[in-house]
Ligand binder design. Sequence first.
Ligand code: SAH
Length: 235
Amino acid sequence: MELIVVGAGPGDPELITLKAINALKRADVILYDNLANKILLDYKKDSCELVYVGKTPYQKYNSQEEIHALIKENAQKHEVVVRLKGGDPFVFGRGMEEIIFARGIGMKTSYIPGITSMLAIGLCDIPLTHRGVSEGLWIVTGTKKDGSLSRDIELALQSKTTLVIYMGMKNLPFIIEAAIKAGKPNTSAALIQNASLPSMKMVKGNLCDLHDLATQHEITHPALIVIGDVTQVMP
Ligand code: SAH
């Protein structure tokens, strides 16, 4: 009984690791997420079963408990269970929760890192750090468990370092409100949807205009919010 928690990368099927591909080839069953590119499932062996664990944000499909139950159920039937997750499993991916659960039921576990979606924003000519522009990086969720805005967003807005917000589209108006409160409505920012995929879209502007820009350009989930002067390094 083995659980391999595998990062699928941001979307482009070439942005997966060789180690991840080898795990997909070994899998007896693959439990895959909504954000993992389905093309990657072609690496599976013929006998491998596929189980869609369609977690769509803001809609309750499978709860984490249901996913744990699926891991257990499949571990009883199969030797190698692969859990394929978008980006990196340990960046807002709840990968460690699944590893803790699996170890708790006596499974051997391993983790294969993936390229987190944030790294694909470089494809839009936005570096995460840039000499003389940004000395660091905050990575914060835009949707806390209780739906409220993380206080770390307010703190990050005080600094000059880059702020990347995952799962933030629904709370974008509140993020803008926080920026106005912090006296930073004109901070440069960008939105990137479907980073690394052919359908990738990006808009840039002042943070306070980002919601209108998103509506205008129909930018929706899955998207990342990038705040800071790094969005202006390449005009
Ligand atoms: N583990 C994933 C993150 C899962 S949380 C990772 O490492 O990337 C889901 C959030 O990730 C989405 O709300 C969105 O903010 C972001 N995301 C995932 N894939 C994306 C993509 N291709 N383009 C833009 N944002 C993406």
